[in-house]
Ligand binder design. Structure first.
Ligand SMILES: Nc1nc2c(ncn2[C@@H]2O[C@H](COP(=O)(O)OP(=O)(O)OP(=O)(O)O)[C@@H](O)[C@H]2O)c(=O)[nH]1
Ligand SMILES: [Mg+2]
Length: 272
């Protein structure tokens, strides 16, 4: 079994930084975490990828195409469809190392995840390559610190969850940039509670008019209690370790470690 995290989220939310942070965390513990860059528009990231989609196709290649004349957004979708149509690229580049654990750093175009089919096709390709996957949706915590924004961020996360049908976790990035009061505010939302969200939106004229809608959304969030948010402070090792452990549990990384049983048995024999 191979393991993978699809690292998704809006533009600039901190996906590549998350990949670099987690890779470094593994390396510091003497373990290996590989990263694959699947962003055809990437210009800079702080890790050495083992595979880079740009060696197959980049967004500039798509935009320079004389027939289609894509802009940056259409070009990006085209690149992902091109990758799916040429899946042998991934098969060849990723070999078939059995114990791989890979972070897939994905592009920052939210439509790819909320309603398009191309990511589902990519997931199928990776699953056929024996990957057990989860989606890690990275959201900038600065856009989640009032009730209205939190509701809309949660709805986006829910759309991704439902569209991709993978074990899913939401990472709230850039916690280090929040003020003390914003951090406090965010804490109230981490276990989403529709009543407190409602109480907070009461004074807002828009929400007065659409109270029933807000109430229904709050109820939806409560019913889908699987919508989970994990704050990430990239400078806090303990926090990073918690996130790693939560995700490892979710994809059951390490469950094949029953090999260890043999070690214990050998030790016991030696003790006799
Ligand atoms: N202070 C702080 N800055 C961050 C953090 N995460 C990301 N950033 C900054 O936010 C900007 C965008 O981060 P990236 O990791 O490139 O975000 P991305 O989601 O990969 O962006 P795209 O691939 O362009 O969609 C960069 O300037 C990062 O240095 C964080 O946790 N704390
Ligand atoms: Mg990136």
């Amino acid at each position: 079994m191979r393991y993978g995290q699809l690292v998704l989220g809006p533009a600039g939310s901190g996906k590549s930084t998350y990949c670099a942070t987690i890779k470094q965390h593994f390396e510091d513990a003497g373990k290996v975490m590989k990263v694959v860059n699947l962003d055809p528009a990437a210009e800079y990231f702080d890790y050495e990828p083992i595979v880079d989609i740009r060696s197959l196709i980049s967004v500039d290649d798509a935009m320079e195409d004389e027939t289609y004349k894509y802009g940056p957004n259409g070009g990006l979708v085209f690149c992902m469809e091109y990758l799916v149509a040429n899946s042998n690229f991934l098969q060849e580049e990723l070999d078939d190392d059995d114990d791989d654990y890979i972070l897939f750093d994905c592009p920052g175009q939210i439509e790819l995840y909320t309603h398009m089919k191309v990511m589902r096709d990519l997931i199928k390709i990776l699953e056929d390559m024996n990957f057990r996957l989860c989606s890690v949706f990275v959201v900038d915590s600065q856009f989640m610190v009032d009730a209205s924004k939190f509701l809309s961020g949660t709805m986006a996360a829910l759309s991704v969850m439902i569209n991709l049908e993978l074990p899913h976790v939401n990472i709230l990035s850039k916690i280090d940039l929040l003020s003390k009061s914003s951090r406090k505010q965010l804490e109230n939302y981490l276990e989403p509670d529709p009543d407190s969200l409602m109480a907070e939106t009461n004074d807002d004229p828009w929400h007065k008019k659409y109270r029933n809608l807000t109430e229904a959304l709050g109820k939806l969030i409560e019913d889908y209690s699987l919508v989970r948010f994990l704050p990430l402070n990239k400078d806090d090792e303990e926090n990073i370790a918690d996130i790693v452990m939560t995700i490892d549990n979710m994809i059951q990384f390490g469950e094949d470690a029953d090999v260890k049983m043999k070690d214990y048995a050998d030790e016991a024999e030696n003790d006799d």
